[in-house]
Design a protein around this ligand. Sequence first.
Ligand SMILES: Cc1cc2nc3c(=O)[nH]c(=O)nc-3n(C[C@H](O)[C@H](O)[C@H](O)COP(=O)(O)O)c2cc1C
Length: 194
Amino acid sequence: MKLLHIDASALGDNSVSRQLSAAVVARFHDQVQDLNVSYRDLDANPIPHLRGSSLAQADAAETADAQQVMEQFLTADVVVIGAPMYNFSIPSTLKAWIDRVAVAGKTFKYTEAGAVGLAGGKRVIIVSSRGGIYSDSPADFQEPYLRAIFGFMGINEVEFVRAEGIAYSPKHREDAIEAALASLPEAEFAAIAA
Ligand SMILES: Cc1cc2nc3c(=O)[nH]c(=O)nc-3n(C[C@H](O)[C@H](O)[C@H](O)COP(=O)(O)O)c2cc1C
């Protein structure tokens, strides 16, 4: 089984999403034999913003990296993403990664009947960490956005591991991490029909 692990937090060792995404991956390591993990730290190793020169493939190194990013995503059976909330949405480093995987003809296509996702059949697990609490809040442009973009690519059952209220107090942070660790998804994998 191939697992792609992505982290985007800028907070290094103090990051909640990094701690929890590592715990999700550790669970897969514990429960799955022959697990093949690829890792991209979007803070240490960011992807450039998508620009006209990117589309023109003007920089060979950038183009090669983008092709590898796409290949890793397309071939992954499971994708685990540490996705903190930044300014009600996601870190721009994660958006830059999404701009390289949400590509017409690769992960979705338009037809006369509308858009069709092409990247189904994989499991996407999002570790969502946020300073505030957003249940049913109209200011949550993080989880609904991620659900929408992966759904657009054909992945309709996005799973969330959530730790929120992190900034309220040290106790809130501790309790949120504990609750998230208690809610980690099982690693059993059955390919979801595309
Ligand atoms: C640049 C930045 C922007 C943030 N914006 C928000 C926000 O809009 N809403 C919120 O609830 N928390 C916000 N936070 C707090 C983070 O969501 C919170 O610290 C979370 O734990 C970050 O995940 P991490 O610990 O994995 O880095 C922000 C933090 C940073 C660094």
